[in-house]
Every structure is written in C-alpha cells, then in structure tokens.
Design a protein around this ligand. Structure first.
Ligand SMILES: NC(=O)c1ccc[n+]([C@@H]2O[C@H](COP(=O)([O-])OP(=O)(O)OC[C@H]3O[C@@H](n4cnc5c(N)ncnc54)[C@H](O)[C@@H]3O)[C@@H](O)[C@H]2O)c1
Ligand SMILES: O=C(O)C[C@H](O)C(=O)O
Ligand SMILES: [Mg+2]
Length: 626
C-alpha cells in the first residue's frame, strides 16, 4: 500500500509538532521526507499475523487500524472494534486501579507486587503501551518498576519469572560470549545495564535474581531519557552466589555454586565487555549493584577504555552533591559555603566512598583547587562504618576509606576514638549533615537523632539514602518529630511528606541516583563521547543542583519531583553533551558530527536532545518479505 494513502489516518491520530511536515508530504512536497521524524517513519517488519501480535516491540493490540489489519494479515485475529491508544490505556488502567480498591486493606507489599505483575504482563505483550502508561504515571509507577518494589521483585524472582527479558551470561559461558551476543535480536543497542547480583539495593547477594535491577534501571532509561526500548539490554552476569539460602533452593534459577573470585571473576567480566563492545561498539554500559569489593576495581579497569560508568559510585555521588549544595542553599547561604559544612557519613561502601570523594573534590574546587585545599577539605568529613568511626588506628583499613580516616590525635581532641559509635560521633561533632549509605534500616535511631538535635547548624540536613524502604536509616516522621520541623530531609526510596500537625508539611525529598543516571547515559550517547569523564559527571551534578529554584530550596525542596524526571533528564543530558564537547571527547551521533555539535548553543543542544528522545507512539507498520 502506498504510504500517501496512510497519511489521512496518521494525520487524524497525531498531535505531534511534526504534523506540518506530514501535511507537506501528503500535499506532495518532494523536499520533505518521513526520515526526519522517528515517530512517523514507517517501521518495516518482516513478520505478519500472530507473530506480530506476539511481538511486544510491534504489537499494538486492539489499536491496529483496519488497513494495517489487512496489510499484516491480522483480520479476524482481533476483536473488531478499533481502539485509540488512549482508549487502550483507559481499559488497562481500569483493571490496574480495580486492584488498588480490592486490596486496599491488604499488605502494601502484596499490592505492589501485584501491580508489578500486571505491568510486567503488559510489557510482555505491548512495549509501546507499557511505556506510555509508565511515562504518563511516572510518580505512581516508578516505585513499582523501580525502587522500592523492584527489590521485592528481585527477592522473589524465581516465582515471578515468566518470559526471559535481557541476557544472561554465566561463568559456564566462558569462551562463548563473543558468539552469544549475536543471539540478541537487535542490531543496535544503545544502553546496557549490567549487574552480577552481588549487592542488590540494601538486600545483599541475590545472585541471578538481580536481573530485576537491570530491568528496572532500563525502564527509567526509556521513561526518563527516552532511550528507544528496542535498543536497551538488561544483563545479568551470573558468577554464582554466596547466598546460602539460594544455594540450596531447588527453584533457584541461577548457578548453584559459590561466586567466582580473583582472576577468574575478572576474566568473565573482561570477556563480557569485549563481546558487547565488539558487537555494539557505541554501546554504553552502566554497572549496577556490584559489591564494593569489585565496584571500584572494575571502574578503574574499564573507564578509560570503554564507555561505561558505575551508577552506585558515580551516579549516587552526583545526586548527593546536588542535594548537599541544596542543603547549603536551604540554610539561606550561597553554595560556595559548602566547604564549611561538617558532614558525618554512615557507610563507607561503593556509594558512601563515591559520595565522599566527590564531595571532597567539590569542596577543594571551591577552596582554590590546589593541594592544600584538597587536604583541608578532608577534615570536614567523619566516616562511620560497621566497625564505628574510621580512624588511622584501624587495622587492615580498606584502602578506599583510608583518605577519610581521621587522625587519632584529632579524634581524641573531639573526645572520640577508633570505632566510636555513630551516636557518639554525632554528639561530639555536631555536624550540619548526617548522611546514610549503610544499608542498615533504622541506623539513625532515636539516640542518634536526639544527638543530631544538638547540631550547630541553623538548618541541619538528614539524607537517609539507603534502599529499599525498610533499609532507610530513618523515616521522615522520625526525623521531623525528633530533630525538628526545620530540618531538610531526603531518602533514597520514596516516602510521603509528613503532616506536622500545624497545617504544615515536612517535605520528603527523594535523593536517588535516578535523577542522574538516565541523563548521563543519554548525554554520553548523543555526544558520542569516547568515555565518561569526571567533568561530564560533575556537569550532570551541577545541572541537577541548579535545577531547583531558590524559593523551592528555602522550603526544603532540594530535589525535583519525580513527575519532572523527563525534563530534568533532558537538561542533564544537554549539560553532559556540552561538557563532552568542551573536553573534546565528543565524536558525534548519527548525522550530528563533532563540528556541528560544537556549534550548538545551549538552547540548540537542549532541542537536539529533545529531538532524539523516543516517545511511546505507535509507528505505522509496513510488511516486507525478507
Ligand atoms: N539513594 C541512592 O541513590 C543510592 C545509591 C546507591 C546506593 N544506595 C544504597 O546505599 C546502601 C549502601 O550501598 P553500598 O553499595 O555502599 O553498599 P556496601 O555494602 O558497599 O556498603 C555498606 C557500608 O555500610 C557500612 N555499614 C554497615 N553497617 C553499618 C552500621 N551499623 N553503621 C555504619 N555503617 C555501617 C559497611 O561497613 C559498608 O561500609 C544500599 O542500601 C543501597 O541501596 C542508595
Ligand atoms: O536503585 C536505586 O534505587 C538506587 C541505587 O542504585 C541503589 O543501589 O540503591
Ligand atoms: Mg544501585
């Protein structure tokens, strides 16, 4: 069928800004073509009939038009009434919302898992519609497909598993990965999120079940960054598990052997990296939820060779920096006062150390960016881990934590010693900020929060950043009621604002790396950056910090609301593109070459990013025999 005969139907359906282009085309303007607009370029498919209905990439369900039903041999395979995409969503939402009513009195966990199941089934049959539901209701469903429910999903993955999603590489596949990558059907992959399942959120080693976190992160890549869902690939590298329960669970889906370690482990990850970059040289790989023992080593090993980053180390650091700068502004002070903040960090793992390094560098830059500035910034931090206050007196200290170990004399001057408890440290240091990345739920106990009440700061800030919800170091209710209404509060998983009982609400910010990783990935992709530099990550963090207006920050709102995640992601991506260009790392993307990228103004960069974000719109399908 000629394309021009499809146009009237398309034009009726569309409210896109590219309508004018299509009208010109319909009127026979030969200088215009479909190829300028992804959403309207017909998609060539090599399958028909039930094969189309069973393919979530192409399926439109009841939305297939009559002409498409004819063209694709679908007549008689669908109920006769053609639905608009909006009607389809209304029908789906009715079902989803019905569940909410019926299970209102049930345990909220069960409710959330049931919602995840319904959404996942939609994803299995119609990806476009799934992402439309997610994007239009991101505030409601991010907590289902992402933190916190994704944690529960990973814990129960054996039972929830229906259709495979993503790829699995196991220790048993050594020597085969280079050919295995060709089993994936897409010739282009833009974004991979890979985990080895060794530290899923604050839930520990979940082995192969950790694939859920790669899937959840990529859902946000599509919803927030507009990465085309046909070009994302969740990956699980199964090198065994040290979770004894899983090792003897007869229904466990992964390798039932202890984790590989040392050179054996590295050789598996090396082989995986080589394989995916051989097939998709421009792919970006996000490392997610690797135990800290490997997170830093792998980051150092690959970051100058491949387009990769570690979200827990680098994404979290940027989000924390933006929040910490917001907390300074919330005190009515300029950001440049950040180096005066005293910060107690509970947790010195991949996330905690990532935040500490970035915060120290940010302070040093503000103090003159020299060695003495870097040295003096160190004294602003007090780090407490599972063994208490970290000092130079600790035997076998973790090399990553060593730069933040307090000198023994200095500690004694504050009445502290190696291993002092968190409550003691907070009592003696009277910090401006208490930041938790410990994975220990309730760590900011009544005693710790009472001690924090004595903070010398006019507006102290609490970041209870551990995930999922039950691992948060404290709840916002506890924080506002014990420390006071004047605090700034952020948590890694979403909580509701707190009714303070006097007509006022205590705002609960969500301090989660979801505000950065989608923009870091998208910006890197659209710049065609060779690697992901510290400068690009810094630009992303600064963009997030600057996103909030003064009046919001003064009201304790230091992070955007999840409903604006697509907008903030676009801004972050543009900042990353510009920094990549400035650092001469950009090699261009598709028909945008590096010289053209260089010429773009800030506004034009934003428009370039927006133009390249995928929207969940059904393309017209045209069948072609292979
Ligand atoms: N909000 C976010 O965006 C975000 C990002 C990354 C990680 N996280 C969360 O941070 C947590 C930690 O992640 P990680 O990768 O650093 O884990 P990790 O296992 O590498 O590190 C945990 C750290 O906490 C310390 N710790 C344990 N018990 C403690 C105690 N009682 N007091 C003080 N410290 C204690 C450990 O010694 C270790 O240093 C997880 O819950 C994860 O979900 C949140
Ligand atoms: O996954 C999240 O919600 C944030 C972070 O990456 C984490 O590991 O907790
Ligand atoms: Mg993570």
């Amino acid at each position: 069928m000629a394309i021009s005969s499809l146009l009237p139907r398309l034009l009726r359906r569309s409210s896109s800004p590219n309508l004018q282009q299509l009208r010109l085309l319909a009127a026979g303007d030969p200088s215009r073509s479909f190829t300028t607009c992804e959403g309207f370029r017909p998609t060539i498919v090599h399958k028909r009939s039930l094969d189309i209905l069973h393919d979530p990439w192409f399926n439109k369900g009841t939305s297939f038009s009559i002409t498409e039903r004819d063209r694709l041999d679908l007549r008689g395979l669908l109920p006769p009434n053609v639905m608009t995409p909006q009607q389809q969503i209304e029908r789906f939402m009715l079902d989803l919302k019905r569940l909410q009513v019926y299970t209102r009195d049930g345990r909220s966990d069960t409710n959330a898992l049931a919602k995840w199941r319904i959404l996942n089934r939609l994803h299995d049959r119609n990806e476009t519609m799934y992402y439309k539901v997610l994007i239009e209701n991101i505030g409601e469903y991010a907590p289902i497909v992402y933190t916190p429910t994704v944690g529960l999903v990973c814990q129960n993955y054996s039972g929830l598993y229906r259709r495979p999603r993503g790829m699995y590489f196991s220790a048993a596949d050594r020597g085969e990965m280079m050919s295995m990558v060709y089993n994936w059907p897409a010739d282009q992959v833009d974004m991979i999120v890979v985990t080895d399942g060794s530290r899923i959120l604050g839930l520990g080693d979940l082995g192969v079940q950790g694939i859920g976190i790669s899937i959840g992160k990529l859902d946000l890549y599509v919803a927030a960054a507009g990465i085309n869902p046909q070009r994302v690939l969740p990956v699980m590298i199964d090198v065994g598990t040290n979770n004894e329960k899983l090792l003897c669970d007869p229904l466990y889906l992964g390798l039932q052997e202890h984790r590989l370690d040392g050179e054996d482990y590295i050789s598996v990850i090396d082989e995986f990296m080589e394989a995916v970059f051989t097939r998709w040289p421009n792919v970006i790989v996000q490392f997610e939820d690797f135990q800290s023992k490997w997170a830093f080593k792998l980051l150092q090993r690959y970051r100058n060779t491949y387009r990769m980053f570690n979200d827990d180390v680098q994404g979290t650091a940027g989000v924390a920096i933006a929040g910490l700068l917001g907390a300074v502004r919330a005190q009515g002070r300029p950001m440049i006062d950040f180096p005066k903040q005293k910060i107690v960090v509970a947790g010195a793992g991949s996330a905690g150390i990532g935040v500490l390094n970035a915060a120290r560098k940010t302070m040093a830059r503000m103090l003159g960016n020299n060695e003495s500035a870097f040295e003096s910034a160190r004294s602003q931090f007090w780090v407490v881990d599972a063994m208490g206050l970290v000092t130079e007196g600790r035997a076998n200290i973790d090399p990553e934590a060593l730069p933040f170990a307090r000198k023994l004399k200095e500690s004694e001057r504050h009445g502290l010693h190696e291993g002092s408890s968190l409550a003691e440290v907070v009592k003696k240091v009277k910090p401006d900020v208490l930041l938790g990345l410990s994975a220990v739920g309730g760590l900011f106990s009544k005693e710790v929060l009472e001690a924090f009440k004595e903070s010398s700061c006019t507006r102290p800030a609490i970041f209870a950043m551990s995930n999922p919800t039950k691992n948060a170091e404290c709840t916002p209710e506890e924080a506002f009621s014990i420390v006071g209404e004047h605090i700034v509060f952020a948590s890694g998983s979403p909580f509701h604002d707190v009714n303070l009982g006097n007509g006022k609400y205590g705002h609960c910010n969500q301090g989660n790396n979801m505000y950065l990783f989608p923009g870091i990935g998208l910006g890197t992709l659209l710049a065609g950056a060779r690697e992901i530099s510290d400068g690009m990550l810094q630009a992303a963090a600064e963009c997030l910090a600057g996103y909030m207006k003064d009046e919001e920050v003064l009201n304790g709102i230091i992070y955007p609301s999840i409903s604006s995640i697509r907008d903030i992601t676009k801004e972050v991506a543009a900042a990353v593109v510009r920094e990549a260009v400035a650092e001469d790392l950009a090699e261009g993307y598709r028909d945008m070459d590096p010289r053209e990228l260089q010429k773009l103004t800030q506004e034009e960069t934003l428009a370039y990013v927006k133009r390249n974000m995928w929207d969940p719109v059904y393309p017209t399908l045209v069948y072609k025999n292979e």
